[in-house]
Design a protein around this ligand. Structure first.
Ligand SMILES: Cc1cn([C@H]2C[C@H](O)[C@@H](COP(=O)(O)OP(=O)(O)O[C@H]3O[C@H](CO)[C@@H](O)[C@H](O)[C@H]3O)O2)c(=O)[nH]c1=O
Length: 347
């Protein structure tokens, strides 16, 4: 089986590529990535020489290149993770999100459709998406697979649009697909623009921790390897044309999470208690900031037997240890791209 995994050099993508390369030696895994600021082949150093792994540097916005690639390699299946993913960046540059997340997805769908021309036996297009397509929750309630789409940021609007296109290709052309919508991920190799790795990096460098608004925003956090395990299950056992919500049953208000992170970092760094908390700085809010995301993951639990295997305390510990022992990785990824979007745009 030939599987194209897009965005495989990125954070979640690299964990998915590693899992598939190691677990399925009979599959041929093609990792397609444009290697933008968030993609890094260092993330896959440990598996790059495996015989069932190949890397292809192509941007999914390049319609011609994508079409030629599908003709050459005849991929049986696609697991599509390539995306612009950072909400703050989408606020300053929405168009690049439409190009990659919407047009890029369309290019893949078209190439897949043209390659198999309706003979889709044993084929599947798996679109990896986000819980942000559902918009925001109040203090109570959970997103289920039937919650209406109501995206609020340019990022979530672009992901909602690509989800709709995938479903439309299923309805219109009979293209076999499955979609999953996941909550906030954290873990090793995440680019330090996202809350947890950004704040770990800032604590290491003793720079301010910019908490947006009053910090009373809630996210549901999932350890990235548990997401990769869920993707493996949905890919192999998920029903055609279905959606699966994936979440950690692990809601945290940002301010509480940041304080917990500070506590664990102080313990690790041998700082007196309370040292890192002094770096917390309440700053101007993110425009259109969604109050709360929370996922009802009971469908994937009941149908496919998935539930998170790593507790938040364990996952956070693994993550902190990884960043502390990979200072070179942190330095190299932060030397080029500007990672602290608060300072750049909202100050
Ligand atoms: C970077 C940053 C974030 N925040 C807040 C904003 C959010 O309420 C929360 C998490 O922010 P972020 O790490 O940017 O993640 P968020 O906007 O929730 O979106 C993430 O989670 C989504 C899934 O829910 C993914 O689809 C997105 O690709 C991913 O970026 O922390 C701060 O207060 N200060 C910051 O500097």
């Amino acid at each position: 089986m030939k599987i194209l995994i897009t965005g495989g050099a990125g954070f979640i993508g690299s964990h998915v590529v590693r899992l598939f390369v190691k677990k399925y030696p009979d599959y041929q895994i093609y990792n397609l990535d444009a290697l933008t600021y968030a993609g890094n082949l260092e993330n896959l150093k440990d598996i790059e020489k495996e015989p069932n792994y190949a890397f292809i540097k192509v941007d999914i916005t390049d319609e011609h290149a994508i079409s030629e690639l599908f003709k050459t390699y005849k991929f049986d299946n696609v697991i599509h993770l390539a995306a612009e993913s950072h909400v703050d960046r989408s606020i300053t540059d929405p168009l690049s999100f439409v190009k990659t997340n919407v047009i890029g997805t369309l290019n893949l769908l078209n190439a897949f459709k043209e390659l198999w021309k309706g003979d889709f036996e044993g084929k599947r297009f798996y679109h990896i998406s986000t819980d942000e397509v559902y918009g925001t929750l109040g203090e109570t309630g959970l997103f289920t697979e039937t919650t209406s789409y109501d995206p609020n940021s340019p990022y979530s609007a672009s992901k909602a649009s690509s989800d709709h296109f995938v479903r439309a290709y299923g309805e219109t052309y009979g293209l076999p697909f499955v979609i999953s919508n996941c909550s906030n991920n954290y873990g090793q190799n995440q680019f330090p623009e996202k809350l947890i790795p950004l704040f770990i990096n800032n604590i290491i460098n003793k720079t301010p921790l910019p908490v947006y608004g009053d910090g009373n925003y809630t996210r549901d956090w999932l350890y990235v390897v548990d997401h990769a395990i869920a993707i493996d299950l949905v890919f192999h056992k998920g029903k055609n044309a279905e959606t699966y919500n994936i979440g950690g049953f692990n809601e945290w208000k940002n301010i509480d999470l940041v304080k917990e992170l500070c506590k664990q970092m102080d313990a690790k760094l041998g700082n007196p208690e309370g040292t890192s908390e002094q770096l917390i700085t309440f700053v101007k809010d993110r425009p259109g900031h969604d109050l709360r995301y929370a996922i009802d993951a009971s469908k994937i639990n009941k149908e496919l037997g998935w539930s998170p295997s790593v507790t938040f305390q364990e996952g956070l510990k693994i993550t902190i240890d990884w960043y502390l022992s990979n200072a070179n990785w942190l330095k190299s990824v932060t030397s080029g791209a500007y990672q602290n979007y608060y300072e750049k745009q909202y100050s």
